[in-house]
Design a protein around this ligand. Structure first.
Ligand code: PLP
Length: 484
């Protein structure tokens, strides 16, 4: 990470800071401070980075030093800058809040904030009885040390059965239990990708996957998905054939954030192309249990795998509860052994009690998941109706599963909108979070995981600030009027 940003670099990042939407008639110093806050909020200016000295920034921006001094003062007052004599000034967040490495905000305890940054449901009612039942089971494990690097056998069996039920015969030796799907991805990357290795991902994609890839210093290429058109089969297969990435990370089932579902033919062709190119496929099935409206889900990509090219990852966070931290890897038995060996250097194994809770939840999968689907369909429809009423100019394709809408906005306003929405108590994950290079400003991910009333209230607040952006966005520079 950069530890210091030079005047010229910051000036480039700030771009047209003096003409940002929402500026209205604020003085230059306030506009400059707002623009720096925006860069921090968007994750474009990392936390803990030393900003240029006032004089250097004033020169780079061709403005007076007093303006920069006043802007820095305002940033200090709002908690976005910390200065120490002799050490300079570096970026921070108010109240010591932190931004995740993906740039997504970590949840705060602000009860009035409607948090649309997180695409996950609250726990189902069955969690408490499942936890009670798990504590009853615990004594069976207390006589051993409790380390199970691939997971306790009964959970591995239950997960293996769930693949068999989907038409993919799987033995418990092919399953490794992890602390969530993110952990599964990180472990798989450690095993399958040397630092600096090449990876193909969808754009947009899941931001924390990008964070995991960044940790491996992966060289990332993207395959673009549109709002209404999912994977372009020819382009996707051609990019695998031509660039032969070491690994491709894809989310074929109700992709996060677009909600797209990959058709069965493409799954089959993808596995064939990956094998021919020597590419490993990491298939993230986080949302596979959440088809809506009775949508049939095609068989897993691994069904077409004859050469151990496909590593599948999944978990309980989306259908059940993120706080449980249960995920897994499905791979060949030797790959699982190698993953378990890699894991010893990381976290040894997953908590036994949580795994027992997972066993009980999976035993009731059909009831729990049916209720989750009904809840999600209802919330999705409430969100769609609120958008159609309040923001009819936005374009949405109705997702047939998953937990998110990928909305095409009426302009490249996503980050500005997220900043404005924060002011009225709605946290948003703007489009650029889901891409690599600051693109996707015309898109916004809206999860439908909160109760319908919260979603409707959020859309009302968003619609109000969307309207303000327009008013503030009127041309800042008028043609001089002719006086005759
Ligand atoms: C595609 C995808 N993969 C992985 C994760 C992380 O899941 P877990 O909580 O199981 O680590 C998420 C969570 O949002 C996700 O959307």
């Amino acid at each position: 990470m950069t530890s210091q940003v030079r005047g010229g670099q910051l000036a480039r990042l700030l771009g047209q800071w003096h003409a940002l939407p929402g500026r209205r008639r604020s003085p230059d110093y306030a506009a400059l401070a707002a623009a720096v806050r925006g860069l921090i909020a968007d994750g474009r200016l990392p936390l803990g980075v030393r900003l240029p000295a006032e004089r250097e920034l004033a020169e780079a921006l061709r403005i007076s030093r007093t303006t920069v001094t006043a802007a820095y003062r305002e940033l200090r007052e709002s908690g976005h800058l910390t200065s120490r004599r002799g050490a300079g000034s570096w970026t921070t967040l108010p109240g010591g809040h932190r931004v995740a490495s993906s740039g997504l905000w970590t949840p705060q305890d602000d009860l009035d904030m409607i948090d649309l940054g997180i695409a996950a449901l609250a726990a189902p009612p069955e969690l408490i009885p499942a936890t009670r039942a798990a504590t009853e089971d615990l004594p069976r494990y207390l006589g051993s040390a409790g380390y199970h690097p691939t997971g306790i056998i009964e959970l591995r069996e239950a997960i293996a059965r769930s693949y068999a039920d989907r038409g993919l015969p799987t033995s418990p030796e092919q399953i490794m239990v992890t602390n969530g799907t993110q952990h599964a991805l990180d472990l798989v990357l450690r095993l399958a990708l040397a630092p600096g290795g090449s990876v193909l991902v969808e754009s947009p994609t899941y931001p924390n996957a990008l964070a995991a890839l960044a940790a491996r210093r992966a060289r990332i290429a993207t395959h673009g998905l549109a709002v209404d058109a999912a994977w372009d089969a020819d382009l996707l297969l051609a990019s695998i054939r031509q660039s032969r990435p070491k690994l491709a990370y894809l989310i074929p089932d109700f992709q996060n954030p677009t909600g797209h579902l990959m058709p069965v033919e493409l799954r089959e062709r993808l596995v064939g192309a990956a094998h021919a190119a020597g590419t490993d496929l990491v298939i993230d099935e986080s949302f596979v249990d959440l088809p809506l409206d009775g949508t049939p889900v095609p068989p897993p990509a691994a069904t077409f795998d004859r050469h151990s090219r496909v590593i599948t990852i999944g978990g309980l966070s989306k259908p059940y509860w993120g706080g449980l931290r249960i995920g897994w890897v499905r791979a060949s038995a030797p790959q699982v052994q190698r993953l378990a060996a890699a894991r010893i250097g990381v976290d040894m194994s997953s908590p036994v009690l949580d795994q027992l809770v997972a066993v009980h939840l999976l035993a009731e999968a059909s009831t729990i998941v049916a209720a989750r689907r009904a809840q999600l369909a209802h919330q999705r429809d409430a969100l769609l109706a609120a958008l159609a009423e309040r923001l009819p100019q936005w374009r949405v394709t109705v997702p047939r599963g998953g937990v998110t809408l990928w909305v095409e906005l009426d302009g490249p306003i996503s980050s500005a909108l997220a900043r404005a929405a924060e002011e009225v108590g709605v946290r948003l994950a703007p489009g650029p979070r889901f891409g690599l290079d600051g693109t996707l400003e015309r898109f916004l991910r809206l999860p439908f995981t909160l109760p319908a009333a919260d979603l409707i209230e959020a859309v009302q607040r968003i619609a109000a600030v969307r309207y303000d952006l327009d008013r503030a966005g009127r041309p800042q520079w008028r043609e001089p009027s002719v006086i005759a």
